[in-house]
Design a protein around this ligand. Structure first.
Ligand code: 5GP
Ligand code: ZN
Length: 111
């Protein structure tokens, strides 16, 4: 499959890893927009939030259960923001479900 994040999971494209287990990978964004900016992805290819189903949704809960540990591991101490862009209007550029985790500064709320 011609998917950038599947290639990162497979190790075909290098990444700066924060955490990995049999189900998920967390790695730092190549173009960070906050002092701490990493992505959390399921190893199973799911294209976007629109493709979450009763059969595959457990991985979303698993990712969110892991987030406090991952944020702490990344050095975030004062809160963080989690974003998942879904399709064109949200600006999704990589069609493999991912959660941006942003921290390390006080953030505004704008669209
Ligand atoms: P989206 O725009 O789909 O919500 O987020 C995709 C993110 O992936 C972007 O923030 C972009 O900087 C990041 N990204 C794109 N290509 C690579 C890459 O090759 N390596 C890493 N680490 N991040 C990437
Ligand atoms: Zn993929």
């Amino acid at each position: 499959m011609d998917c950038l994040f599947c290639k990162i999971i497979a190790g075909e494209i290098p990444s700066k890893k924060l955490y990995e287990d049999e189900k998920i990978l967390a790695f730092y964004d190549i173009s960070p927009i906050a002092p701490v900016h990493f992505l959390v992805i399921p190893k199973e290819h799911i294209a976007s939030i629109d493709d979450i189903t009763p059969e595959n949704s457990a991985i979303v809960a698993y990712i969110f259960e892991k987030l406090p540990e991952l944020a702490k591991k990344a050095g975030i101490t004062n809160g963080y923001r989690v974003i998942s862009n879904c399709k064109a209007d949200a600006g999704q550029t990589v069609p493999h479900l991912h959660f941006h985790v942003l921290g390390g500064k006080e953030m505004n709320w704008t669209c």
